[in-house]
Write a protein that binds this ligand. Sequence first.
Ligand code: ADE
Ligand code: ZN
Length: 333
Amino acid sequence: MSQLELIRALPKAELHVHIEGTFEPELMFAIAQRNQIDIPYMSVEEVKQAYNFHNLQSFLDIYYAGANVLIHEQDFYDLAWAYFEKCAEDRVVHTEMFFDPQTHTDRGIAFETVINGLQRACDDAKAKFGISSHLIMCFLRHLSEEAALETLAQALPYKDQIIGVGLDSSEVGHPPSKFERVFAKAREAGFLVVAHAGEEGPAEYVWEALDLLKVNRIDHGVRSEEDPVLMQRLIAEKMPLTVCPLSNLKLCVVDDMAQHNIRRLLQQGVQVTVNSDDPSYFGGYMNDNFIAITDALDLTAAELKQLALNSFEASFISAEEKQKWAAEIVAIA
Ligand code: ADE
Ligand code: ZN
């Protein structure tokens, strides 16, 4: 079996995908039209040309503008459904999907509208494709602690539908410590917790996410390598890093895929996983990310299998389900 065939055959879990970042320009145009919302582009081609980023903020500005056309429950359903169709093509059998409620509630869209649309797509994906999913609600770290607390309160009635909380948006200048009290409350309420750290921000932010937010996983975390003591801690605690190779390339976190540290992290024993982050904006879904690192770093079949195993091991599914997927991965010749 070639590396490409193996990538396609492996069952995989996606643990770091922002549903608003799966918004393909074609769907954005269709939804904008039916909601009669003007977007600053004349064509799908023009949208794609605008996707030329030099850092995280230059991406976020365009990403939040795109989300503005989402108004109705059906819009959120269509967005998530399009992503599940990609999952089915890529053999992503489980996904833990981020959504940014504040991006929508700040525009007057009800929390309920967002969650109902996403949940219905999750239910249909289970029924039609057998894909399981969890929802993770992210706080926008460029907004205040108070706004995050308000969002947490809005989420409580939907506690059964939201497995955890996360932290995303502009990293530098908004350290995890800003949300220590919010995350304590979230954990107390029974949410699992994750946080973006060490994407553009320093290794110090990863320490804060571990020590102050007490996260179950680190999203990105690629800058952890700059701190050998932190590396030892991540390895000893089997702390997962949800790495997003094409995202890192597009946002200039790395200059060249051949310089990406995912293989080194894996070889040192860090529990790294492969993810797409915002696939519509960064040029590819799960398998595109696997292919990009395999081509650039010459990954072996054993390493590809380890990455797929890690994705389930680091997920929030049950021990029995982890066992089942691990057995299937090991059995692939
Ligand atoms: N929101 C969507 N994608 C993000 C990323 N890569 N980092 C921080 N916030 C995000
Ligand atoms: Zn992300």
